[in-house]
Design a protein around this ligand. Structure first.
Ligand SMILES: [Zn+2]
Length: 180
């Protein structure tokens, strides 16, 4: 059976979806990927102003402050801003497709689809999470938020929804749809 995600490609699809799930949180110094990025973390406290972020603040925007990374001197990439957007999802998908095309061409489709599903599921969950995200960047810097039962980032629910989305995408019915 040939389809966009045939059964032989299920493993790379699911693995890339799982790996891309937490990717948007690279903008947070305590996140799964963010902790390995050697750029200074900052926190904007309500009283203290901007100061250095330390691991004691944890993952959540501690002490009511806004967390970010100083990617260039005085240029701060705030948590839940540009990386939490459809534009960033498109960049991640394009970069993945390019890397696969160069080095791993036979897995281009399942891996790129997996990254799309993983990344978008993160955005979908954060949309219904506590604080808004910059969904429409680079077209708009307005933040988006849907009021819904809270699902915390990094909770088992987030993994469950990501897994359900990934499995749903890989289902035969969806594969037939995509083949049209
Ligand atoms: Zn997030």
């Amino acid at each position: 059976m040939s389809a966009l995600v045939p059964h032989a490609d299920l493993a790379p699809f699911l693995v890339s979806a799982a790996l891309a799930g937490p990717l948007a949180d690279v903008d947070h110094p305590a996140s799964m990927y963010g902790r390995f990025i050697p750029l200074p973390g900052v926190i904007l406290g309500s009283k203290e102003g901007l100061r250095a972020w330390t691991p004691s603040f944890g993952f959540r925007d501690g002490h009511g402050g806004r967390v970010g990374r100083e990617i260039l001197p005085k240029v701060i990439l705030w948590h839940r801003a540009q990386t939490h957007s459809l534009g960033a999802a498109a960049i991640a998908a394009a970069a993945t497709a390019l890397l696969c095309w160069l080095f791993f061409r036979q897995a281009l489709l399942p891996v790129t689809l997996g990254v799309c599903v993983g990344y978008l599921s993160h955005l979908a969950l954060d949309l219904i999470n506590i604080s808004p995200i910059m969904l429409w960047w680079p077209f708009s810097r307005k933040t988006a938020h849907i009021r819904w039962p809270r699902i915390r980032v990094g909770s088992p629910w987030e993994w469950l929804v990501t897994a359900a989305l990934a499995l749903g995408m890989a289902g035969d019915g969806v594969m037939r749809l995509l083949r049209l």
